[in-house]
Design a protein around this ligand. Structure first.
Ligand code: NDP
Length: 412
């Protein structure tokens, strides 16, 4: 097997089933998606020409509910990556027990080379390519890399124009004025914080440790604020330009104010400038990758000093690095659990759209907590009972739920 994202996913399914004693034949329906929509999107460019872009939607598994997952606009997006991301959405939704299946979409495009109008044309074209494969009871897309609430607004509009009806629940991550949910912006960081607190409680750790966070965007920033307010010491953060290390602790709001006023993280008082690579290897208690995938690999995993890693980014640790970290006793809370607060609040958005009754941010975050706490507990107990990693524990919890639904449908 090659080391592509989709092959990595399949390896994890097979090894979890083997180590946890699930019958091997149950794996079959989880090794390929149920449906793939693929085609070319004709986009009218500003100079009057028409350009073709390749668009995809992978609908992975619908046993527990309609397909759910984001759409990525990226020059490296291809079918293998979209398949892997769709599969991981099926796992993630099942880990937190929400009634959604897994899906993911993509367009192979560098959006930085397109004007705003061309991006709008592309977004509308993606919806036309999908035709009746998407909809509130079928498949509900959302933002992902390089797709925004504004783009979700164009997609909703195109879908409603084609279908001649109001259907806000066909897509999530919308602007509030179009039926978006309160609390969606901080949701992923908030869910990660709930998971960290559960982990510390489960291990009986009372002291609030030191934390390094790679990535200071939506997820990294909200998570940093929450842990700082709870008494943890955030000693390092980074963005695409640089990292900073402040042994006495960083105030995330002050660091964010620097960035939003056009300054750099390195303008932070008393900051030592470090690289992203150095941030990962700092001597801290808790490491939080919250930027990109493939950050901790076979070549640098042995240099990690943190004893706990909370994966807020998707796929920051390669399978080879997983093994090295596990042998070194590092506890990794996997992405399919740690960052599932995002899709959970997207599900809340869908629920609110369907009932046309909207909740406050406090209500949203209060509903998120028991879901994250319960998911953590199930994964933690599974990993202890089966003597497997928390990643395998999360896959185990998800696969058990998926298998049960598939069996009840007579599909396996
Ligand atoms: P953002 O785009 O808001 O933030 C990304 C952050 O990462 C930015 O601070 C960016 O720097 C930084 N960054 C970019 N390149 C690098 C690099 N080479 N090294 C270090 N840092 C870098 O994204 P999100 O916060 O929304 O997402 C972060 C991760 O979380 C992604 O993996 C995403 O898939 C995952 N995730 C997000 C969810 C959500 O709800 N937003 C839900 C589930 C997962 P700069 O500020 O300079 O641009």
């Amino acid at each position: 097997m090659q080391n592509t994202p989709f092959e990595n996913y399949k390896k994890r399914v097979l090894s979890t089933m083997e180590k946890s004693g699930m019958p091997k034949e149950y794996a079959t329906p989880f090794l390929e998606p149920e449906n793939i929509v693929e085609g070319n999107i004709d986009v009218k460019m500003d100079d009057g020409s028409t350009k073709k872009f390749k668009g995809y939607r992978v609908q992975y598994n619908s046993a527990r509910g309609p397909y759910k997952g984001g759409i990525r606009f990226h020059q490296d997006a291809d079918l293998d990556e979209v398949k892997a991301l769709a599969a991981l959405m099926a796992i993630k939704c099942a880990v937190v027990g929400i009634p959604m299946g897994g899906g993911k979409g993509g367009v192979t495009v560098n959006p930085k080379e397109l004007s705003k109008k061309e991006i709008e044309n592309l977004s509308r074209g993606w919806v036309r390519l999908m035709g009746d494969n998407i909809g509130v009871d079928k498949d509900i897309p959302a933002p992902d890399v390089n797709t925004t609430p504004e783009i979700m607004g164009y997609m909703l509009d195109e879908f409603e124009k084609i279908n001649k009806r109001n259907e806000p629940g066909m897509i999530t991550g919308k602007p509030l004025a179009l039926g978006g949910s309160q609390g969606r912006t901080p949701a992923t960081g908030q869910g990660g914080f709930y998971v960290l607190e559960s982990l510390m409680k489960a291990l009986g750790k009372k002291e609030k440790g030191t934390i390094a966070i790679q990535g200071f965007g939506n997820v990294g920033y909200y998570f940093a604020r929450l842990v700082h307010d709870a008494g943890y010491k955030v000693v390092a953060v980074s963005d695409s330009k640089e990292g900073i290390y402040v042994p006495g602790g960083i105030d995330p709001v002050a660091a964010e104010n620097l960035k939003s006023s056009g300054k750099r993280l390195s303008d932070y008082d008393g900051a030592q400038v470090i690289t992203n690579e150095e941030l990962l290897e700092l001597d801290v208690d808790i490491l939080v990758p919250a930027a990109l995938d493939n950050q901790i690999r076979e070549d640098n995993a042995k240099n990690i000093k943190a004893m706990f890693i909370i994966e807020l980014a998707n796929g920051p640790i390669t399978p080879e690095a997983d093994v090295i970290l596990e042998n070194a006793g590092v506890i990794v809370v996997p992405d399919v659990l740690a960052n599932a607060g995002g899709v959970t609040v997207s599900y809340f958005e869908w629920v609110q759209n369907r009932s046309q009754f909207y909740w406050t941010e406090e209500e949203v975050l209060a509903k998120l907590k028991p879901i994250m706490d319960d998911a953590f507990e199930k994964v933690f107990i599974a990993s202890k009972e089966k003597e497997i990693s928390m990643r395998e524990g999360a896959f185990y919890v998800a696969l058990e739920r998926l298998v049960e639904s598939m069996k009840l449908r007579g599909r396996i």
